[in-house]
Design a protein around this ligand. Structure first.
Ligand code: AMP
Length: 496
């Protein structure tokens, strides 16, 4: 189906159902006033369900995806609980753990907004910021500590804070903490806290490992699931375009131009592709910025601000860098690559279609990525509509494994390494590469190979002749393929 023919799926209206009110949740007047000033009319389901239990002092296990209003579901009652008494130096009264700096920053913004009529203090302990300043804030005494695990442990080990008086703990985005390898840090932090605490634990998915952690950290929790784990919001219209690797950028540009996009996040699996794709989009006249974990924090924040303010229309980013992004009314999400983990798909596309608005999430996949698409469909329980982009060759799923070692934009192996059986007339190198004829079948090439050269042995391949009239330089050789290849996930975001 051409992209322009896609019908927008209107989210089901819930006008008939009686809507809960913030005034029914037990929040005090200053907090209700702040909520009103934020323009919220009704609590979201996770807020309506979680807030009364948090106020009762119960542990809560919240299974909620991004965009459901889960941040307010813990920040609002925390403010209420903390507003009763005052902070003491170096002894924060509550702690919120977030997997990324951006997400921590966003939760801090929430505190400022919701707590504007209260006199509570907060500190943000994230990597990449001055430790001395953080120490100073801690010394003054804070009510709420919002931290990423690494920095918190650093400061704790320097003796700059004590967690014995921290009686309220929030572990947010637990599934992401798990993905990022933060669980040992979390376990360490929890062991520093009093067992007599209230714990709120949120995760978008409830994999067995997450359940195990919940059992370990929570005491008789009230479990709240606001939508089926791993589900995709019904307000998001999804589509999948199968294209050859070499057509991906062109297909993306067409999608960006033809899909009535107001602002979009484009996800790549690898940090290096974020940069390359962003440059390519800028070259083609798009207003784009890049966000990934290798960029200095100042650049990340300023790019994010430029995107939030509408100065940039497209944000090309990696998974972790995008975690903290909460853009009201984001119209589109594009997956330049299908994510290696199906759960990431849910997180990625959850950036659009928020708060009842319609969102669009289009993904590009190469013919070799059927297993990734199937894993997503299995997890979400929803098929992704196959789309055709006008002017781009529609590819089909391939049972063949992806040729290993092939770089983006590179010609298929047979074209790169092709050598005519008979020696070809010598051409200038660039021209030869371009004009490479289709490969002679491998057996013929093998038959033509003389005794293996060291370079050939290194790669486990046979001797191949090129249009250059000699051996292929070793760096151009494809390693021998042994297994079907679904690309291994890079530990791309660990640096975040
Ligand atoms: P979250 O799921 O916490 O990332 O929140 C997603 C977005 O919903 C944020 O932009 C919030 O400001 C917004 N939001 C949270 N609660 C409400 C509410 N009750 N009504 C309208 N918007 C809300």
């Amino acid at each position: 189906m051409p992209i322009s023919d896609i019908e927008i799926v209107t989210p089901p209206e819930t006008e008939d159902a009686p809507q809960p009110l913030f005034s029914e949740l037990g929040l005090s007047a200053p907090i209700q006033q702040a909520i009103e000033e934020m323009g919220y009319r009704h609590p979201t389901p996770i807020q309506a369900q979680a807030i009364p239990y948090v106020l009762m002092g119960r542990d809560v296990l919240g299974v909620a995806q991004t965009g459901t209003g889960k941040t307010a579901s813990f920040t609002l009652p925390m403010l209420e609980i903390l507003s009763g008494s005052r902070a003491r130096a170096r002894m924060p009264r509550s702690l919120i753990l977030e997997p990324t700096r951006e997400l921590a920053l966003q939760v801090a913004e929430n505190f400022v907004n919701y707590g504007k009529h209260l006199k509570l203090t907060h500190a943000l302990l994230i990597g990449g910021e001055s430790m001395a300043e953080q120490k100073e804030v801690l010394n003054r005494g804070v009510d709420v500590l919002i931290a990423t695990p690494g920095r918190l442990i650093d400061l704790f080990e320097r003796g700059w804070l004590l967690l014995t008086q921290t009686k309220l703990l929030v572990i947010d985005e637990a599934d992401r903490m798990l993905d990022m390898g933060f669980i040992p840090d979390i376990e360490k932090i929890v062991s520093m806290l009093s067992p007599l605490r209230q714990t709120l634990f949120f995760s978008a998915t409830m994999a067995p490992e997450i359940r195990r952690l919940a059992d370990m950290f929570l005491h008789n929790p009230k479990e709240i699931t606001v939508s089926r784990p791993s589900s995709v919001a019904s307000t998001i219209e999804t589509g999948l375009v199968i294209v050859e690797e070499d057509d991906k950028r062109r297909a993306l540009r067409k999608l960006l131009r033809e899909s009535d996009m107001q602002n979009a996040i484009v996800f790549c699996n690898r940090k290096r592709d974020v940069d390359v794709l962003c440059k390519s989009l800028i070259k083609h006249g798009f207003s784009a910025g890049a966000l990934h974990g290798d960029l200095p924090q100042s650049v990340r924040f300023s790019t994010l601000e430029a995107f939030k303010s509408g100065e940039l229309k497209i944000l090309v980013c990696s998974d972790i860098a995008a975690r903290g992004i909460d853009i009201g009314g984001l119209s589109h999400v594009f997956n330049f690559d299908l994510p290696f983990h199906a759960e990431d798909y849910v997180h990625r596309i959850g950036r659009t279609g928020r708060a009842g608005r319609t969102g669009h999430a289009y993904s590009l996949a190469t013919p070799y990525e059927q297993p990734l698409a199937e894993a997503i469909e299995k997890l979400t329980g929803k098929p992704i509509t196959r789309l055709e982009v006008k002017g781009i060759d529609q590819a089909e799923w391939s049972d063949e494994p992806r040729p290993r070692g092939r770089k983006r934009g590179a010609k298929p192996a047979e074209q790169r390494t092709a050598a005519p059986a008979a020696p070809a007339p010598r051409k200038p190198a660039a021209e030869s590469r371009k004009a490479a004829t289709p490969a002679a079948p491998p057996p013929a090439r093998r038959a033509a190979a003389p005794a293996a050269t060291p370079a050939r042995e290194d790669h486990g391949n046979d001797r191949v002749q090129t249009g250059f009239g000699g051996d292929i330089p070793a760096f151009m050789l494809l390693p021998r393929r042994t297994t079907p290849v679904v690309p291994a996930p890079e530990d791309e975001n660990r640096s975040d």
